[in-house]
Design a protein. Structure first.
Length: 72
């Protein structure tokens, strides 16, 4: 998919996603950061899924890894 973002903007986008998702434990951020037609070919359990499936998996991740924090 083509983008108008610079490499630095892309890096910032990914850092912000991990800050919101991992450090702030906000799994719903996927709805902001992914397009509605997002398709994860290797989703939970190795099966394809969309935004909702990844959000559910991300919410489980946040619960299981409650003490984990991302630090760049």
């Amino acid at each position: 998919m083509a983008t108008i973002l610079t490499p630095e903007q892309m890096k910032a986008f990914v850092r912000n996603h991990f800050e919101d998702f991992v450090n702030k434990r906000h799994a719903a951020v996927i709805h902001t950061n992914m397009t509605p037609d997002f398709y994860d070919h290797d989703g939970p359990g190795g099966k394809p899924t969309g935004v909702d499936g990844d959000e559910k998996n991300d919410a489980r991740y946040v619960q299981v890894h409650a003490g984990f924090a991302f630090d760049d």
